[in-house]
Design a protein around this ligand. Sequence first.
Ligand SMILES: *Cc1c(COP(=O)(O)O)cnc(C)c1O
Ligand SMILES: [Zn+2]
Length: 436
Amino acid sequence: MAVQSVESSTTSSPTSTSAASKAFGPAVALSCRECGERFDLGPIFACEVCFGPLEVAYELPTGDPEGLRRRIEAGPNSIWRYAPLLPVPADVADLPSLNPGFTKLVKADHLARELGVTGELHIKDDSGNPTHSFKDRVVAIAVQAARTFGFTTLSCSSTGNLAGAVGAAAARAGFRSCVFIPHDLEAGKVVMAAVYGGDLVGIEGTYDDVNRFCSELIGDPAGEGWGFVNVNLRPYYGEGSKTLAYEICEQLGWRLPDQIVIPIASGSQLTKIDKGLKELIALGLVEDKPYKIFGAQAEGCSPVSAAFKAGHDVVRPQKPRTIAKSLAIGNPADGPYVLDIARRTGGAVEDVNDEQIVDAIKLLARTEGIFAETAGGVTVGVTKKLIEDGLLDPSLTTVVLNTGDGLKTLDAVAPTTGPSAIIRPTLDSFREAGLV
Ligand SMILES: *Cc1c(COP(=O)(O)O)cnc(C)c1O
Ligand SMILES: [Zn+2]
């Protein structure tokens, strides 16, 4: 139990000279999202007082926004350019990592025209990450924490993309890995999770079953020395999503977008993007102005969207049935916080059905040359619906996230996509096909 029983005193306040806080850069403590109680930085994820989720608290480098901006701009073309704002050591870029992030922000003028957007529309295309999903960001931060805490095996419960991201990051950073997925995922995700040589375990059940199993494993001697990136390392993992907020603003010329459309699985990404935007405002890196955050779900797994529409504060779990398997979490841990953020910022949470997801994947591919996975179909489809319903203002600057790669979810579009014709290798045969 040595690794997991790190002391979490409620009275001592960590100082910036301790070895631990050097490893965690500007991070100074873990704090409870519910009651505000503070704990030393350790491999813990739930408040000892109220069982609320813990998040990383910082002493951020305020006072010299110009200097900080210059330092960031001179940094590497990866998430590590934001090291001064993350729970990582200052020399993190020299450590073995997949160096994710700094993905393209694509100005989507053709898509804008199709959707009736008269303002700026951008796609933040995170399919460009090393394992082709946004999960490389969160894993990269969790790996640093795992190293500091002395874990030897990296693990996770995954809806697919996380398993691949953990497998690859473990291989690169020299950890053993053993990851857990629902047994019925897309072939592209299963192969991607297995190819890096770690152990991959398919569990007969939904993601929520997989997650419950992992929680049990953490408390068992069998899980000793294991860092589960999205369970006992979750506070650190979550911080990786802040880099999406930083990059979007930097790529817009240090400007906040007016509206962002974000997919929801557990809701971690959405809540941390909001946290990142608030930090940029507090640091004086962007001008303070209102922004709206919109959440996107698949109709077949829409617990947060259902709660939003019903005006509820609590999220009622659902049993997922959707082609958007990367978002198929029926009992999302951060659901209530997502509701808070959507309501506070004047945004909304909406969902689209499987047919609309496929149509949106094809729309984005046809208009911008971006092949999104089903989660990208969800955000683009929801954007279209929000505009039609008058909830998203088409005259403002909007950023829509594509968090994964269509090559991992070929089954979604394969039945309705294919060659225009199969011909003999002759001009006559080509003419007969009616394409000219
Ligand atoms: C995991 C994932 C998300 C969002 O996950 P959260 O649990 O809400 O942070 C979004 N898109 C893709 C493709 C994912 O794999
Ligand atoms: Zn608490």
